[in-house]
Design a protein around this ligand. Structure first.
Ligand SMILES: C[S@@+](CC[C@H](N)C(=O)[O-])C[C@H]1O[C@@H](n2cnc3c(N)ncnc32)[C@H](O)[C@@H]1O
Length: 281
């Protein structure tokens, strides 16, 4: 049963309007796409970039994609990708997981990256062209209504994106629609561990930084089940330290909020990897 507070949260998100959320998210990732400073390693302490790919994978990928990597896990590691498969990457950003998948599915496979931020799509397309990835295609669109036919994909992956959607049930309905029967979804995402403080919950900056749009494990898995997915499995969870999260939230206006100083941020969210299957019939 939902608590009074989580009902309030839903109403708040509805009132803040999906369009407010989308424009805050587009603004943040549009700026990231135009920025050539590396996301991982530099002075910025991000949650979304924490040395999550094996070195061998990272060095094989275009630096233009790595520089704007903003994921919270490595969904390709649980996706069981094989040569010839068709993969859809939801919220593909600069393309890091799409390019990694493209290597795994090979010339006979195909990867579609979907993203609603034009600057990200332009950057990813340019990276694909300059680096000869002709089995990858980036399409501009929202993952709540994807620009793809039904039943095209063997695997749907996503890295730190579904938490950003104001309509998570629609995302899972769409993921289910574009998968072939028996297809797999493999996700890394931020999941809520406990109620967010008001200051964080109400901040659109914290939403676009992958925190305030997060829902509980129960709500997340509930949305997947409602879409029709089976064999839903939490593969692993990574909890962030207070220091990691406070450094990360410092990029938002929340820096000035004194109420945050008293809160143990490590209890708020974690990075989950979740897989599930679309039934064969
Ligand atoms: C945290 S970044 C992750 C990017 C990429 N998956 C990675 O790991 O580097 C989130 C990306 O999802 C995109 N995005 C967020 N909400 C979206 C939505 N509803 N539809 C399509 N793209 C969305 C943003 O434009 C951004 O590029």
């Amino acid at each position: 049963m939902k608590s009074k507070k989580s009902n309030a949260k839903t109403e708040k998100a509805d009132r803040a309007s999906s369009e407010d959320v989308r424009s805050a998210v587009r603004k943040r990732y549009g700026q990231l796409a135009l920025n050539s400073a590396p996301c991982c390693g530099g002075e910025t302490n991000t949650t979304c970039c924490t040395g999550i790919y094996p070195n061998a994978d990272v060095i094989s990928l275009p630096s233009e994609a790595i520089a704007v990597s903003a994921g919270c896990g490595n969904p390709t590691a649980i996706a069981s990708l094989k040569p010839g498969m068709v993969v859809v990457d939801l919220g593909s950003g600069g393309g890091i997981d799409a390019f990694l998948s493209a290597k795994k599915v090979g010339k006979k496979g195909r990867v579609y990256g979907i993203d609603m931020t034009p600057e990200m799509i332009n950057r990813a397309r340019r990276t694909a062209k300059e680096n000869g990835y002709d089995n990858v295609e980036f399409r501009l669109g929202e993952i709540e209504h994807m620009p793809l036919d039904a039943g095209v994909a063997d695997v749907v992956i996503s890295n730190c994106v579904i938490n950003l959607s104001p309509d998570k049930e629609a995302v899972f309905r769409e993921a289910y629609r574009v998968l072939k029967p028996g297809g797999k979804v493999a996700i890394s995402d931020i999941v809520l561990l406990s109620e967010l403080p008001d200051a964080v919950r109400e901040d659109l900056g914290a939403w676009s930084h992958c925190v305030s749009g997060a829902v509980s494990e129960e709500q997340y898995i509930g949305a997947m089940r409602k879409a029709g997915f089976e064999k839903i499995k939490v593969e692993d969870r990574v909890v962030y330290s207070h220091e990691q999260l406070s450094g990360y939230l410092r990029e938002t206006k929340l820096e000035e909020d004194p109420s945050l100083a008293k809160i143990d941020l490590s209890r708020l969210v974690a990075s989950y990897r979740i897989s599930a299957v679309k039934p064969k019939k």
